[in-house]
Ligand binder design. Structure first.
Ligand SMILES: Nc1nc2c(ncn2[C@@H]2O[C@H](COP(=O)(O)OP(=O)(O)OP(=O)(O)O)[C@@H](O)[C@H]2O)c(=O)[nH]1
Length: 375
């Protein structure tokens, strides 16, 4: 039963999303037109009716046609193509409101003594449209509504000055102008509030992005930090176990870094860390990830790489580093690193694999530095 009603809603309103909202709005418009056409029909029924059937029938039919075509346009999705051609938003609010205004002023012209009530409808059309329009379009729409009304009133006072007195029409026009001005000012305020809300949402999204960047990046080198690498290790080991592919990691430590700091200063030491990260990253393959593990220590993750290939990759990094001396910090300055390189056998092996790499790194340091040791 539930799925049946869901299917009926889907048939009527289309798939969920922004277009469904537009279709719903067009259905609300169609309902409004239907209600007004029904009122005109009822008001013109029977002997001595308030309204003249011959005069109200054409605008009533035109309203039905407009309501149905509005729904058909949205339901078929043709509104998007039209919006692209006209350069407006896909709800087609402005053209639809202009049609609504013309129809309502037409109804005003044919409803004789009952026409005063129609003015409220004019305000309703403008009010509904203003929620979707920008400030300039809102003012334009209110101005068009008043101009249309003034033109119809003028024509009526010329055609039948006894029934349509100029002073009564002028009062109608002035009151409508007053209400429309109020509605326009209110909608401008709403538009400002909506804009502020949009700006706040954008700022919030940007702040969240920055926060996640801060939480996962090392600010000195721009590399993923220890926390991000920890998460990556968990997902990558699980993925590689599923793929039954090897995964290696290498712990890299810059040699004699304390001396660099002591001799050149902490700021130069920072610059070396940045330059080291940049140089190594430039040599890495797309899938490999280098993270700052702490101090002058880096962890390299090599997906789809066995231990022998990982050792080769680390030696390629060493060669790349050798070819790019740190001239900007001190002419001819060479920076080297020692590394422990080995396989990681799965999620449960992450900590021990890092420990094995750390012990291998210690051996590389003990053996004279600037070399790699298998873990
Ligand atoms: N400039 C700078 N120095 C750092 C940073 N993090 C750690 N260090 C320094 O890195 C140095 C590491 O020194 P040690 O652990 O003795 O190692 P080392 O001098 O590289 O010697 P070996 O590793 O044995 O070759 C310490 O002096 C730390 O203060 C940093 O972010 N910036």
């Amino acid at each position: 039963m539930n799925s049946l009603s869901n299917r009926a809603v889907e048939q009527l309103l289309g798939a969920p999303g922004p277009q469904r909202w537009r279709i719903t709005q067009s259905l609300i418009g169609l309902t409004g037109y239907l209600a007004l056409a029904l009122l005109l029909w009822l008001g013109s029924a029977g002997e001595g009716a308030l309204l003249d059937r011959a005069r109200v029938q054409p605008p009533a039919l035109a309203m039905l046609l407009a309501g149905l075509s509005g729904y058909a346009l949205m339901r078929s999705g043709r509104n998007r193509a039209l919006a692209a051609v006209w350069g407006c938003e896909p709800s087609l609010t402005l053209p639809q409101s202009l049609i609504g205004l013309m129809l309502v002023t037409w109804v005003y012209a044919v409803t004789g003594a009952a026409r005063g009530a129609v003015l409220a409808l004019l305000v309703v059309v403008v009010m509904f449209s203003m929620f979707a329009l920008g400030r300039r379009q809102a003012v334009l729409l209110a101005a068009v509504a008043l101009l249309l009304l003034a033109a119809v009133m003028h024509a009526m006072t010329l055609a039948d000055p006894f029934r349509y007195r100029a002073d009564v029409e002028a009062v109608h026009l002035a009151l409508t102008a007053l209400v429309l001005t109020g509605v326009t000012l209110l909608s401008m305020r709403l538009a400002r509030l909506r804009q502020r809300l949009r700006d706040q949402r954008t700022a919030l999204a940007r702040a969240l992005e920055q926060l996640s960047e801060i939480a996962t990046r090392d600010d000195l080198t721009g590399l993923p930090n220890r926390r991000a690498m920890g998460e990556l290790l968990l997902t990558e080991t699980a993925r590689h176990a599923r793929l039954k592919a090897p995964l290696s990691l290498a712990l890299l430590d810059i040699d004699h870094f304390k001396q660099i700091n002591d001799r050149l200063g902490h700021a130069a030491g920072d610059e070396v860390l940045r330059g080291f990260a940049r140089r190594l990253e430039a040599e890495l393959r797309g899938a490999d990830v280098l993270a700052r593990w702490g101090g002058e220590e880096f962890l390299l993750l090599l997906p789809g790489t066995d231990a022998a290939q990982a050792l080769q990759a680390v030696e390629r990094l060493r060669e790349g580093l050798r070819l790019q001396p740190f001239d900007g910090i001190e002419p001819g300055m060479q920076v080297s690193f020692s590394a422990g390189v080995g396989l990681c056998l799965g999620q449960g092996d992450i900590d021990s694999a890092i420990e094995r790499a750390d012990r291998a790194l210690y051996r590389a340091k003990a053996a004279g530095r600037d070399r790699s040791e298998p873990a």
